[in-house]
Ligand binder design. Structure first.
Ligand SMILES: Nc1nc2c(ncn2[C@@H]2O[C@H](COP(=O)(O)OP(=O)(O)OP(=O)(O)O)[C@@H](O)[C@H]2O)c(=O)[nH]1
Ligand SMILES: [Mg+2]
Length: 184
């Protein structure tokens, strides 16, 4: 049975939860490039990614997903396109613990939409376990997410939640590939 491989990029701003997401789902020891940080604007955050995260997951016998997490800091923006090259789809994670954090994600979200206009994606509202978490319609409105793009609640530390979001993105990719093959 031929094995299909899918490349997925985990995007989103500083501290959104990209490394956490990859760690939660990876079935192999994830590759991490985090370095310690002294002080952070995000409670409890102790490190930041300086190159990328990598994890792998066998979703089905014949389907292997490669997860690549980007470094969220703006100073690493030159790497975003390099890491995204050849991806089948991307997950855009936002820290939804406050409206300010969601607003901070707008620039990067627009970057991905402008550079990869036809690549399937899903937006994930992470940290929904925090009592102040922003609701899905507000996030859709702040980021101006197109109506056909899904915005899903996420708790990246929770495997079931992370898996549900990943499977939804895989479905979006599948529909897109079917649509493309019809047009050919
Ligand atoms: N409450 C809560 N905290 C979370 C969740 N996911 C991640 N965090 C915390 O958020 C902080 C940032 O998570 P990271 O995974 O390092 O974020 P990142 O997007 O990889 O950040 P950069 O690599 O610096 O861009 C850490 O302190 C995590 O423990 C979640 O679902 N709920
Ligand atoms: Mg990271």
């Amino acid at each position: 049975m031929p094995i299909k491989t899918i490349k997925i990029v985990i995007a989103g701003p500083y501290g959104a939860g990209k490394t956490t997401f990859v760690k939660t789902l990876s079935e192999v020891l994830p590759i991490e490039t985090d370095v310690p940080i002294m002080k952070s604007s995000i409670d409890g955050k102790k490190s930041t990614t300086v190159a990328f995260d990598y994890g792998r997951m066998k979703v089905r016998e014949d389907l292997v997903v490669h997860l690549f997490g980007i470094p969220g800091q703006e100073r690493f923006s030159f790497m975003w396109k390099i890491i995204a090259r050849g991806m089948h789809g991307y997950l855009f994670i936002v820290d939804s613990s406050s409206e300010e954090r969601v607003k901070e994600a707008l620039g990067m979200y627009n970057f991905f939409r402008e550079n990869f206009p036809s690549t399937p994606h899903v937006v994930a509202a992470n940290k929904q376990d925090v009592p102040t978490a922003v609701d899905i319609p507000t996030i859709k409105s702040i980021l101006k997410v197109p109506y056909e793009v899904k915005v899903m609640p996420l708790i990246a530390t929770n495997r079931r939640s992370a898996l549900f979001v990943l499977v939804t993105l895989l479905e979006e990719i599948r529909s897109y590939l079917i649509e493309m093959s019809r047009l050919r």
